[in-house]
Design a protein around this ligand. Sequence first.
Ligand SMILES: *Cc1c(COP(=O)(O)O)cnc(C)c1O
Length: 950
Amino acid sequence: MKTDVFASRHIGIREEDLEKMCSVVGVKDLDELIDQTIPHDIRLKESLNLPPAISEYEFLGLLENLSNQNKVFKSYIGLGYNESITPSVIKRNILESPGWYTAYTPYQAEIAQGRLEALLNYQTMVCDLTGMEVANASLLDESTAAAEAMTMLFDLRSRGQKKDGVLKFFVSDEILPQTLSLLKTRATPLNIELVLDTPANFEFSSEYFGAILQYPGKYGQVNDYSSFVEKAKANDIKVAVAADILSLTVLTPPGEWGVDVVVGTTQRFGIPLGYGGPHAAFFATKENYKRNIPGRIIGVTKDTDGNRALRMALQTREQHIKRDKATSNICTAQVLLAVMAGLYAVYHGPKGLIYIANKIHNYTKIIAKKLTAHGFEQVNTCFFDTIRIKAQNVKSLRTITESKKININYIDEETVSISINEAFSEKDIRPLILCFLESQGINDDTSKEEDLDEIITASLARKSSFLQQPVFNTYHSETDLMRYIKKLERKDLALNHSMISLGSCTMKLNAASEMLPLSWANWGNIHPFAPLDQAKGYQLVLKELEEQLNIITGFAATSLQPNSGAQGEYAGLMTIRAYHHSRNDHHRDICIIPASAHGTNPASAVMAGMKVIVTKTDEHGNIDVIDLEEKVKEHSENLAALMVTYPSTHGVFESSIKYITSLIHDHGGQVYMDGANMNAQVGLTNPATIGADVCHLNLHKTFAIPHGGGGPGVGPICVAEQLKPFLPSNPVVKTGGANAITAISGAPWGSALACLISYGYIKMLGASGVTDATRYSILSANYIKERLNGAYDVLYTGEKGRAAHEMIIDCRPFKTNGIEVTDIAKRLMDYGFHAPTVSFPVAGTMMIEPTESESLSELDRFCEAMLSIRKEIDNASVEDSNNVLKNAPHTLTMVTSDNWDFPYSRQLAAFPLDYVSENKFWPTVRRTDEAFGDRNLICTCTPIEAYAEA
Ligand SMILES: *Cc1c(COP(=O)(O)O)cnc(C)c1O
């Protein structure tokens, strides 16, 4: 083996296993299998035009060189992004720990109690700091969270408002520019009319359903909005506030004014700037609206034995159920970053957070005092960490500050703002002040800093306590926090334990070399609105990544802005919308979506102002072409788009795909390809070849960004020439096409830091490596299919009987033995495996996707577990539910209990196959009770007793 070839590390199958696997599959070699799997008319004729692979060692050297082309300035730009210090104990044990970053969204609660607890801490932190009752487990960024707040309030309009067509939404002129841009994007297709003005001018007329304020304002002004909120309430207008989370440790939280929603970012709780992300946004609201909250909520419930257990609450609200009735398409969120931010609060505790806030506030006061002493006017009447300064000569001030490697925010020709952050220290005062003095020809700072005035008035100062729960007051030494993190991590099954064969999610290797640069300061400490010439390293990487993705998809251009697959769907549909509008086809608003599509598809279409028409699938799982033809003809006049997943969510390469895409084009529609299954295409076919016009890619599936337990994600869209002009922009740093739509994410390049991972993936694999990844993922899936043959029926296959990179096995027949698909999922935990995707896209089935990264021995272990479970199913019966499947998973407490009255042995319960005992993973709770938890929603770490008493 060539030890420096990354492909041989990324791909789990050894060369010597290939022959055996091919013979099990029944082909002479891998090429033959691929020929039988992918229709010939869509195969690429040539290999991808990517540069040759480089070794891991070379890649790290390259990234170091590139990182040195970024210039790390002191950043006082603010605008929603502030430098923050990641405690090393969190960096090492979370950000750099595969036990955390390779975990999946915690759908299988029994093997996810660790991150569920970390997320519950996060929700508690958000509720306490904002003064609200319920919070979700993160959204994508502050700007999208603000847009989600607007659409939730829109959806919550009172009956009268709906009847009278009340469509106006008030936006404070203090709102961050990127948030305003996003509100515009989201408001337009829903016909919401935004009105931007100073809150003091607002007349609370009955034409408004809601309002959003920024607290503190974008340039730092802190206002008391209690009477605004009071008047709004009296006039049936709901209020959202975008707030700075750290400021809420010292300022009155908006919840105490009675607002309806509070959103913001937790970036400054220990998360690197990363040139824009990934960071976790928060969303907090009132208990009354719990069923309308976008995203996921972690809740407390009990397990089979009545013990406390955590799980995702109200899961039925997700788009999978609501589909075109959904008001949000959020799926992947920012779990890893939320975990980090929550632990930041655990580590510092309430006192530590107040200390940090006060330190920042004091430095801000000192700077304000010094500048005013030298004759500069400071405009904000009340501030937390940001002051607004009048400076006669902003141009020369800028030259001076940049020469001193300092960035501030240049508002206009005579005003700047300065935002102070956690990394600011005593020695940073003088250089900053001197820039201002120099711009006025003053050469020394003679001002004093004693006798600082109180800035935060009594009415604005926070009086209520927060974070009094034990978890925020216990782990304040490094040893304690390290052990707490380890304790949580041990409860969770991640890729560092075993294969996670989640269909549609592509849980492949997230290589250490891809991840390492994320910890480097020259990538972490760049503000998203820093001047381009300070971010040359980033610009080179992002541009090359865009080119790599253009080559892989066959398209003309890429936008890296969307922060998840679902955001990509929305962005892609919005470019299609803009395209139709540019041709005066304003009426084209029909979006056809196959019944088997992922729930985010219809949700995104509705958000983009489209009407969803569902087209059937035939008995082979393919799009029913006859039905599609009928629908296309019926809606020809108004057809906007078809959304299609390829290979389909049924795990098949439909051979009629080219006919389908041309049919849509013939009727004036555009084709959106959901790229979640791109792992079955790369290097062998591509979206342009099948006739699509735009696709999103899930870089957190196909391109090796780890799932992080439910995020971060990156969902770029790649588009054909005609859609390129409409790629999304950013209001601060110009990005996107010539006729760009407004922002899809707050940051110009979305989660730029995470893009380094996919860049590395493609660089280190090169054309042949990325193609082999596809080939081996198809081989592994077909190998599993053959090994399970006879025990489990595969629901759908291609024309030649092959699966793509994943397959659906039917578990419905086992109902005759009283066994449901969930029982199999839970029993797999006893065997040390995370279940495949359950009941998507077909209820009662499992979708298995092994990926290319697993070795033959791991594939075999999984197959043996499945075959062994199949025998257990044969032994089960409807009459007697006291069996090893229904009782699964089995915990250590159960198995070591002095009482054992189950009709099978402890050994069978916990160690059903030999390999299990050698590396046993113990689920820490028994099956969780969903219904109980949803009836008694508790989503903070307040002890249950407190609720029982209330
Ligand atoms: C994962 C997935 C999505 C949504 O992607 P997110 O990044 O979670 O928003 C959409 N469609 C399909 C088929 C998927 O598997």
